[in-house]
Design a binder for this molecule. Structure first.
Ligand SMILES: *[C@@H]1O[C@H](CO)[C@@H](O)[C@H](O)[C@H]1NC(C)=O
Ligand SMILES: *[C@@H]1O[C@H](CO)[C@@H](O)[C@H](O)[C@H]1NC(C)=O
Ligand SMILES: *[C@@H]1O[C@H](CO)[C@@H](O)[C@H](O)[C@H]1NC(C)=O
Ligand SMILES: *[C@@H]1O[C@H](CO)[C@@H](O)[C@H](O)[C@H]1NC(C)=O
Ligand SMILES: *[C@@H]1O[C@H](CO)[C@@H](O)[C@H](O)[C@H]1NC(C)=O
Ligand SMILES: *[C@@H]1O[C@H](CO)[C@@H](O)[C@H](O)[C@H]1NC(C)=O
Ligand SMILES: *[C@@H]1O[C@H](CO)[C@@H](O)[C@H](O)[C@H]1NC(C)=O
Ligand SMILES: *[C@@H]1O[C@H](CO)[C@@H](O)[C@H](O)[C@H]1NC(C)=O
Length: 628
């Protein structure tokens, strides 16, 4: 062989036999691994040949398995998605040289022929690739947006030079194909069908595109396509859908793919048909083969766009959840829950926590078309109202108890507090439940006028806001507004009362300690709640305004303003933490509790019989100090 190559005559023979470019690197060299394998190097320097599941690139040489069969030498192989000339000896790789040579663009991986009906690849054994005139192969056109197929009898009789990367060639069952990357003007001549994944890929386990090659698009698989047997071009643009794909179930949606490539669908909101062209800007429909537990086949998908603000406000929401959880934990740790106010606050924090958790879940993990979406939607309506209701309870409680000097001890008082708590709980969780049930019942009442019928979980996982539909306004914003107005009214009354008592105490110079201490404590609590209510009130007003004025439509400045506002709004949990936990008194109590716990632990470890009474009394001191 060597002799042949050194003589110019032999070179010519070799060239004509293999029809290879006689580049220095690829001359007389084998493939390192077997057919369908690629090289993998371990950190310890050893290597092995692994099955190639991606098949996007490969080496096509008659001589294979060089690295296994020979003790030392050189071979060509794909390594980390690039072609290398590998030098090896004694079971280790001693050198790698990147091979920068022209590649052959084959439409299907080695071992496949092109299926002209589905625009996909079919597995076939015993193929000869006489038309493949390069040892290095790249498969398919995954980077192309529009691909049109040109069926040919042979690939040789071509003299029009096409730039590299813009086409691929392959065998078909009856001849050859040249597939070309073209621009969108081709969609005027031939039907363009939108494919969700790039060429050669399809959905597996949800909307994730994997190299599968076998599926393409089978237009005959559905009755929704006019003239399914006509030839078509594939159009794909993965920058189109920034959100989530969802299946357009044929039982639920009315749609058709017309013979000129337009996609026609029934639009419930406007009660009319709408059409979109395949080259139209923005998302829209696309078709894809999807393999998933429970449903496998060709489906139409649509894109649900996630507003950009959702992405940004995810983090303040998570932060809110963390701080609310912290607030709850600290309140429990400091035994604040023994007080009625502590219980109210815990209820408030729990519902607000649930609201943020559901918002995060609903906006990021649930498709608007899933069944969970409806549940999440009603869940958010419910917990948001619960949160409002408990803020209301706080205001009612401070208004009822402010300045009252009744001793907070005794069985009678305890029972009274328990009764109060029961009423508060019934209101704080019951009222929102009734409201949610009402909304649910109305939402399934078909006969209700569209102007007030609530829609939950069909487009967003919430009570929807549609043009000409006032359900959100009436069933959510209005009750919340009423609660806010009640709160404002109660505050006004309480503050006036507070001022009156203050004057009284000053005038009489009533130095009865108990009354003054109670007054000061109530005053402190009042301002805590006032701070909270003001923040929540502002947040409510802003939220209501931004939900009714579409700031997004007023240009980038205003849509940025909306994002900032939402960001600030979503930090509620942090504000609650700052208001109720970041206080001197809390810090002092925390230290005290810690000291008691440590002393307890210490005494547990020392003389038990001696300390048992002491510990009891210490515990008691700790308790009574937190009850006050
Ligand atoms: C190197 O690591 C691979 C896998 O991690 C192992 O199979 C192989 O035996 C190792 N080779 C040597 C020489 O240690
Ligand atoms: C390969 O290893 C053997 C011993 O393990 C050594 O004698 C020989 O020289 C090595 N060959 C090369 C090319 O490194
Ligand atoms: C690879 O080869 C092409 C032409 O064959 C050349 O234009 C390009 O610069 C080369 N790339 C590198 C990194 O050498
Ligand atoms: C290409 O080849 C065909 C015949 O195969 C010939 O008629 C035509 O003129 C050629 N075109 C160019 C640009 O060389
Ligand atoms: C898809 O999910 C199945 C089981 O749920 C799993 O076995 C398979 O590996 C997954 N496929 C991919 C490509 O993730
Ligand atoms: C496309 O799907 C139809 C209906 O499921 C089937 O009859 C046909 O054989 C498929 N076409 C191809 C090329 O697989
Ligand atoms: C559109 O309305 C019809 C009947 O009015 C209903 O069956 C269908 O589920 C609605 N589609 C969507 C997506 O809401
Ligand atoms: C892909 O879609 C985006 C957004 O619709 C558009 O701006 C872009 O021009 C499209 N690219 C191609 C090649 O069609």
């Amino acid at each position: 062989m060597n002799n042949l190559i050194t003589s110019g005559c032999g070179l010519i023979i070799l060239l004509t036999i293999f029809a290879f470019d006689a580049d220095a690197v690829t001359e007389n060299i084998g493939k390192c691994c077997g057919v369908g394998e690629i090289l993998h190097e371990y950190y310890n320097g050893s290597f092995s040949c692994l099955k190639d599941n991606v098949k996007r690139q490969s080496v096509n040489l008659p001589l294979t398995d060089v690295i296994k069969d020979e003790p030392a030498g050189k071979c060509l192989e794909l390594f980390s998605s690039k072609f290398f000339e590998i030098e090896f000896s004694n079971g280790t790789i001693t050198g790698k040289t990147w091979v920068n040579e022209t590649v052959f663009r084959k439409c299907c991986p080695l071992g496949y022929v092109y299926n002209t009906v589905k625009h996909s690849c079919d597995l076939k054994n015993d193929l000869e690739y006489s038309f493949v005139d390069q040892p290095l192969i790249k498969v398919g056109l995954p980077e192309c947006h529009i691909i049109v197929d040109e069926l040919r009898i042979s690939l040789d009789n071509d003299n029009s030079s096409l730039p590299e990367g813009d086409y691929c060639e392959d065998e078909t069952s009856g001849g050859f194909v040249r597939r070309k990357c073209v621009d969108k003007s081709v969609c005027d001549e031939i039907r363009c069908v939108k494919k969700c994944c790039p060429d050669g890929k399809s959905f597996i386990n949800g909307s994730h595109c994997f190299d599968t090659y076998e599926y393409g698009l089978n237009l005959s698989s559905t009755t929704k396509i006019e003239n399914p047997t006509e030839s078509f071009a594939i159009i794909h643009n993965n920058t189109r859908c920034k959100g989530i794909f969802y299946v357009l179930k044929e039982s639920r949606y009315q749609f058709n793919l017309l013979k000129d490539g337009r996609f026609q669908y029934w639009y419930n909101d406007s009660q009319s048909y709408k059409q979109e062209t395949p080259t139209q800007e923005g998302p829209g429909y696309c078709m894809e083969y999807s393999k998933k537990k429970g449903s496998t086949g060709y489906f139409f998908f649509s894109c649900m766009e996630v507003p950009p603000k959702y992405g940004i406000t995810k983090y303040p929401k998570i932060l809110s959840c963390i701080f609310l959880a912290l607030t709850i934990i600290i309140y429990l740790f400091l035994s604040q829950i023994k007080k009625l106010f502590g219980k109210i606050l815990i209820n408030y924090c729990v519902s607000t926590f649930m609201m943020f958790a559901l918002l995060i879940y609903g906006q990021f993990s649930v498709n608007a078309k899933d069944d969970q979406c409806v549940i999440v939607g009603f869940g958010i309506v419910f917990v948001a109202t619960v949160s409002f209701a408990w803020l209301n309870v706080m205001c009612i409680d401070i208004w009822l108890t402010f300045g009252s000097t009744k001793h907070s001890m005794g069985v009678y008082q305890r029972r009274k507090e328990l009764k109060k708590l029961l009423i508060y709980t019934a209101y704080g969780w019951g009222m929102p439940l009734l409201l949610t049930i009402l909304i649910y019942v109305l939402s399934i009442t078909e006969s209700l006028s569209d102007t007030i019928r609530p829609y939950v979980g069909t487009k967003t996982c919430f009570l929807e806001k549609r043009t000409g539909n006032y359900a959100q306004l009436i069933f959510l914003r209005l009750p919340h507004l009423l609660i806010q107005l009640t709160n404002a009214f109660l505050f006004l009354k309480t503050i006036l009362y507070c001022l009156r008592i203050k004057n009284e105490i000053e005038r009489i110079n009533d130095n009865k300690d108990e009354k003054k201490a109670k007054f000061n404590k109530d005053k402190e609590k009042l301002f805590l709640i006032l701070k909270l209510a003001v923040i929540m009130g502002i947040s409510f007003i802003v939220d209501t305004i931004t939900s009714f004025v579409d700031l997004n439509s007023l240009g980038t400045f205003w849509s940025n303003v909306e994002i900032v506002i939402d960001f600030i709004n979503c930090l509620q949990g942090v504000y609650i933490f700052i208001i109720f936990i970041c206080k001197k008194s809390m810090y002092r109590e925390f230290l005290k509790k810690l000291r008691i716990k440590m002393r307890d632990a210490y005494m547990n470890n020392t003389n038990d019989s001696f300390t048992s009474t002491t510990r009891m009394s210490l515990k008691h001191v700790g308790d009574s100090s937190t009850v006050r």
